[in-house]
Design a protein around this ligand. Structure first.
Ligand code: AMP
Ligand code: ZN
Length: 465
């Protein structure tokens, strides 16, 4: 079977074929760094992590770009309310964001472009839209004229009759509801509320709207036409509709082939909200003593298009599932002598896992295949017929599938922080380049920090001394 994804644009599952064979460009809408991300945000980033890891598992070379929104209405408000500078707030929360994704074992994107580093690119795109007649100006702000893009609303399947009938109006806010689908701001002229947050550009003194950043930065890093764009369902309108309108009108080319959206995360069956007292950041949960791997498992285990429900019971069940995997690994490591090679079990598990994941990332089916495998192999271990080679085959399979899920690792490996894993990767690189002096220096540095590297046939593993 080939990889299939449910494409929001066509509302059906489609076989995935990248524009350039073997290579995939993925853009995922990132955080507005004005606060700690909540676990709902991490559900979206976790789904995107799974998508990327699975594409890599299937042999694609992926370029993953995630923006950091560091200028936007909510941020301007935060500056006003706290009296802090934009940079101070966004530096702090960007760092918190990176710490959090490391805690959850989310792979880092290849590029994290920040909006404020790309003002010239946004200005250029707005100028192109202006030259092509897609904009108008009002009190120094520049708006996108929706009536010039008849395709608008296709992604979210909006009924745009009112617009087509010539209803007029504008919206200045970055976030708004479907009923307010209107000409939206590309460039916002400075006003007093913006304080010192403005740029002097050819478009005048002001700041970009939120939507233009994703069009300008995705086109810059992935080209005008790329493969996959993701976000949570709330991004579909207006943000992604606006991205499509801006990019296609500016470049004159199709923008994105596959749009993937994840459903929202609920907490204890309800929408997460501060007033309900069920609003959690990752840090809140870690402080309550929940293993980050169990949080990873919980956020991962529901199919991305189904609403997921975070409960403390589910986190406990995830802890049990992880324990089962880790105990199984320990059991396998103790096997010795000759015995069953477990070839049939490994092949069955690998095939089922791949078939399930090929089917629009059906992670629950894929995890089910692994737990059936654990049950079947445990039975054979009980019968005393598994030897060291069979156990090594089973462990190698778990390692391979761990590249996709990040939840089948031995407990120690899972606990290694990102900096340590990066040093291990640097040592591997040095060894590949036959720079053994450098490789040994990295190994010694790691040992000083309390980590030992073990070279196994499946690559290097790191353990706490
Ligand atoms: P924001 O910072 O609000 O733009 O959100 C960042 C990402 O998290 C976007 O892709 C949102 O769609 C996603 N997101 C926000 N809330 C939730 C939620 N409760 N469940 C899942 N994803 C969410
Ligand atoms: Zn975006």
């Amino acid at each position: 079977m080939a990889v299939q994804f449910f494409n929001t644009l066509s509302r059906r599952k489609e076989q995935f074929n990248p524009i350039v064979p073997g290579q995939v460009g993925v853009y995922t809408c990132g955080p507005t760094i004005y606060n700690f991300a909540h676990i709902g945000n991490f559900r979206a980033y976790m789904f995107e992590d799974l998508l990327r890891r699975y594409l890599e598992f299937r042999g694609f070379s992926v370029k993953h770009v995630m923006n950091l929104t560091d200028v936007e209405d909510k941020l301007i408000r935060a500056c006003r309310e706290t009296g802090e500078s934009l940079k101070k707030i966004t530096d702090f929360y960007a760092q918190a964001f990176f710490e959090d994704i490391d805690t959850l074992g989310i792979q880092r994107a290849h590029v994290y472009p920040a909006a404020t580093d790309h003002i010239p690119e946004m200005v250029d795109m707005i100028k192109k839209l202006r030259e092509k007649g897609h904009t108008y100006e009002e009190n120094g702000s520049i708006y996108f004229k929706l009536s010039t893009f008849p395709e608008y609303g296709r992604l979210s399947n909006m009924q745009m009759e009112s617009l087509r009938a010539g209803a007029s109006g504008r919206v200045d806010a970055d976030e708004y509801e479907a009923e307010e689908a209107r000409d939206f701001a590309l460039w916002k002229a400075w006003d007093e509320e913006d304080g010192v947050v403005f740029w002097e550009t050819e478009l005048g003194r002001g700041r970009p709207g939120w939507h233009i950043e994703c069009s300008a930065m995705s086109v810059k890093y992935l080209g005008p036409h790329f493969d996959i764009h993701c976000g949570g369902v709330d991004n579909m309108f207006p943000h992604h509709e606006n991205e499509i309108a801006q990019a296609q009108c500016a470049t004159g080319q199709p923008f994105v082939n596959y749009w993937l959206h994840c459903a929202h995360l609920m907490v204890e069956g309800r929408k997460m909200s501060k007033s309900l007292g069920n609003f959690y950041t990752l840090r809140d949960l870690v402080e309550k003593g929940i293993d980050p791997q169990a949080i990873r498992y919980t956020l991962l285990a529901t199919h991305y298009r189904q609403p997921a429900n975070f409960t403390f019971e589910a986190a406990e069940a995830a802890t049990q599932a992880l324990r089962r995997i880790r105990d199984f690994r320990i059991r396998l490591e103790e096997m010795h002598g000759d015995g069953d090679m477990l070839e049939q079990e490994c092949r069955k598990c690998s095939d089922e896992f791949t078939d399930e994941m090929d089917d629009d990332l059906n992670i629950s089916g894929a995890l089910g295949a692994v737990f059936n495998f654990i049950r079947d192999v445990n039975k054979k271990i009980d019968e005393g017929i598994v030897g060291s080679q069979g156990a090594a085959n089973a462990l190698a399979l778990l390692d391979r599938l761990n590249h996709v899920t990040g939840v089948f690792a031995p407990a120690v490996e899972a606990a290694a922080p990102q900096e340590v894993l990066e040093q291990v990767a640097a040592r591997q690189e040095a060894r590949r380049n036959k720079d053994f002096a450098k490789a040994d220096a990295i190994r010694d540095a790691l040992a000083e920090q309390g980590w030992i590297i073990e070279d196994t046939p499946d690559g290097a593993r790191v353990k706490r001394v």
